[in-house]
Design a protein around this ligand. Structure first.
Ligand code: ADP
Ligand code: MG
Length: 371
């Protein structure tokens, strides 16, 4: 596969107008008309690229999506709070309104691409988190504009590509989050390369069900049980919980074994499991972690995720964390600086690990200055 064009491949950018596709899909809270940003990590992550361009005399206009406004303007998804933060971090840099306010963004409409590129001399994609979407602002501009991968996008591709192609072994992937069905492809792809898989979070119950355990009222996808059983029968070790924390039939906090009776709901891995998973992480030389070990938004069910996060922070292994909620959990525990790489892309990092390429990357390789 040919290399992605880099910022240097744009030539002299002084005086040029550059459209930068960023991933400013930041977490927000508060009332719909007065939202505030709870974590500006994704805005700060774009600064190296923005500053590379502005310091060389380019004028930069960023464009991003935010949430899922479904093709029409919606104050809840206005970029205004992001624009204010960006103005503090990178004065003078402009930001377009939420790209997904236009239905042409998600449908990759040619007229919308035309509108986007009008008046620009070059395009930079630094939105790794959107690179798995064949949307107008991701795959459209490189058809006509000289284009480049931003620093963040480049770094993501290098690091995740390294995991795929030459991980130091043992390579352990820790997966959690709500559902197996969100991650079928990546689980299968990871099983090709990892030495062991560790499964926590809501998805562990579908695996436990595949082992014949009753899962009570825990989140469990009956239509994926056969898939999980097939993986469990495969050659690679898959570590599953040995104890569970959750709510009993009366709604009280409780610790269970791995058999959950009717009414019992598993919401976190138990302390024994957290310790066992941590040992696997400590013994690895490469760790990829995606998906919280429990419903960590509720402090009662955050311990499993916190213990695992601490192990990912402490291990000597090369550590990569992908996924919006996993990254948020790391930040919440103050451990985001303790891992080697926190991917800004949730779905994108998983799809890249699965396929080894993404529509946004292919588009850049086809740009006029890259051919
Ligand atoms: P990421 O964004 O890191 O990829 P996911 O979006 O896949 O992670 O999953 C995160 C969500 O999974 C969180 O909102 C968390 O509350 C939920 N979750 C984790 N464990 C459980 C569980 N046992 N039951 C229900 N939800 C869970
Ligand atoms: Mg998520």
């Amino acid at each position: 596969m040919s290399k992605l064009p880099a910022l240097e491949d744009l030539g002299d950018v002084a005086g040029k107008r550059v459209l930068v596709r960023t991933d400013f899909n930041v977490p927000m809270e508060g009332p719909d008309d007065a939202r505030t940003i709870t974590d500006d990590f994704r805005i700060r992550a774009a600064l190296p690229t923005i500053e590379w361009l502005t310091s060389r005399g380019a004028s930069v206009v960023c464009g991003s999506h935010l949430g899922r406004p479904k093709g029409k303007p919606n104050p809840k998804y206005s970029m205004e709070p992001v624009r204010r933060r960006l103005a503090e971090l990178a004065p003078g840099v402009e930001l377009l309104e939420n790209l997904r306010f236009n239905p042409g963004e998600e449908s990759n409409n040619d007229d919308f691409v035309g509108q986007l590129v009008a008046g620009f001399d070059a395009y930079v994609d630094d939105a790794f988190g959107a690179a798995h979407r064949a949307h107008a602002s991701v795959v459209g501009p490189p058809k006509t504009l000289p284009s480049a991968a931003g620093r963040l996008l480049q770094k993501e591709v290098e690091i995740l590509g390294g995991l795929r192609d030459h991980p130091k072994r043992p390579f352990v992937a820790v997966l959690g989050g709500a559902k197996v069905s969100d991650k079928l492809g990546v689980i299968e792809a990871l099983l090709q390369t990892v030495d062991a898989l560790v499964i926590g979070g809501g998805m562990c119950f579908t695996f436990l069900a595949a082992k014949g355990m009753p899962v009570g009222d825990s989140i469990c996808e009956l239509d994926q049980v056969a898939f999980c059983r097939r993986l469990l029968d495969g050659p690679k070790p898959i570590h599953l919980p040995e104890d569970i924390v959750g709510l009993d039939a009366n709604g009280y906090y409780a610790t269970f074994g791995i058999r959950l009776h009717d009414g019992a709901k598993g919401l976190d891995i138990g302390p024994g499991t957290a310790a066992a998973f941590s040992d696997v992480v400590m013994d690895a030389r490469t760790v990829f972690w995606n998906g919280p070990m429990g419903m960590f938004e509720d402090p009662r069910f955050a311990n499993g995720t916190k213990t695992l996060a601490q192990a990912v922070a402490d291990t000597k292994a090369f550590t990569v964390v992908g996924g919006g909620d996993s990254a948020a959990a790391l930040a919440q525990f103050g451990l985001d600086d303790e891992v080697d790489h926190v991917s800004t892309g949730g779905g994108a990092s998983l799809e890249f690990l699965e396929f080894g390429d993404l529509p946004g990357l292919a588009a850049l390789r086809g740009a006029p200055n890259a051919r």
